[in-house]
Design a protein around this ligand. Structure first.
Ligand code: 3PG
Length: 311
């Protein structure tokens, strides 16, 4: 009965909008909490390879428990699925550890300003490596993104080359993660939540040996003692919070990917960065020069222009 459908549609659309709004608000809130605790932990315990491993371990454990207790449905995956997931997991691991190394060296806001330049990387990779072409407005929108990030970087008071390069590598790795996961998720049979769960587990396997090699148990034990003597026994809860919230924000973002287009997702991601940049500047009293803030604003405006141009 077409009449009923037309009567129902506006209601359904409104319900869908509310649902997406709730996903976005939850995603940003979880991400802000993650970023705050992650930086608090890194300030006292500057071992990003371990903290990024713990984030993946917490998520893997939470999902294994959810599957065992049937809170979440266990995905039916085969060897082919894991093979398709491998390149995604390699890129996810590199992007994650690089961002965490970056945040251990520079202000959270600076890492996220550079990370707001991700669309520029995605266009450059698609153009240079995949031979895709885009309409002129898309290329033009890269100018404010690159210019704004560059302005912010050169005027950053607390500039550090490892911090800068970490955020740049993270951008590049996440572009590849998106390209590979688009290929792998075509006709996928697992939900966004379970897809991210499997991704965490595979990334954990990949990252653990590297974390051992880069830092290692001896360094961690000494650093941990120092952090606990400085912060007190609550330090362990900070580590738990950064690990659990890392998983939760990613899980919600993958769940929302099920509902929205990649374009809407990337707009949501940029707005997420604004909330992280602003809240971390307030909480950590990060000194910001006006010209530095102007660079961030130009870069973020550029990502909005980019999404318009892409549309
Ligand atoms: C990480 O640790 O993986 C980064 O903070 C991820 O950044 P993003 O999810 O905001 O791109």
């Amino acid at each position: 009965r077409p009449l009923d459908i037309s009567v129902d549609l506006p209601g359904e659309q409104a319900a869908q909008k509310i649902k997406i709004g709730i996903y976005f608000a939850t995603w940003w809130a979880l991400n802000v909490v993650f970023n705050i605790y992650n930086k608090k932990v890194l300030n006292a315990f500057p071992y990003p390879w371990l903290t990024s491993t713990l984030s993946l371990a917490a998520g893997s454990l939470m999902m294994l428990v959810s599957w065992a207790t049937r809170v979440a449905e266990t995905p039916k995956v085969d060897l082919e699925f894991w093979k398709m997931l491998l390149p995604v997991a390699v890129a996810h691991t590199i992007g994650h550890v690089a961002a965490t190394v970056s945040m251990s060296k520079v202000a959270v806001s600076f890492t996220h300003i550079i990370k707001s330049g991700e669309p520029a990387f995605s266009v450059l990779v698609a153009r240079l490596l995949l031979g895709q072409t885009f309409p002129l407005p898309v290329y033009l929108s890269l100018l404010p993104i690159i210019g704004g990030c560059a302005l912010s970087a050169v005027t950053e008071l607390d500039f550090n080359i490892i911090g800068f390069m970490g955020a740049m590598i993270s951008n590049l790795a996440f572009v590849f993660r998106n390209i590979f996961s688009k290929k792998g998720m075509n006709g996928k049979s697992v939900s966004g939540m379970n897809y991210y769960a499997c991704l965490s587990m595979l990334s954990l396997l990949i990252l653990t040996p590297f974390a051992m090699a880069m830092e290692g148990p001896q360094v961690w034990a000494a650093g941990w003692q120092q952090a606990v003597s400085q912060i007190g026994p609550n330090f362990v809860w900070w580590v738990v919070a950064q690990s659990v919230f890392y998983h939760l924000y990613n899980q919600v973002s993958y769940m929302s990917l099920d509902q929205i287009s990649p374009l809407t997702f990337s707009i949501g991601n940029t707005m997420k960065r604004i909330s992280v940049i602003v809240s971390s500047i307030i909480i950590f009293h990060t000194p910001v020069q006006p010209v530095n803030a102007l660079g961030a604003a130009i870069a973020i405006l550029g990502t909005f222009l980019y999404s318009q141009a892409k549309q």
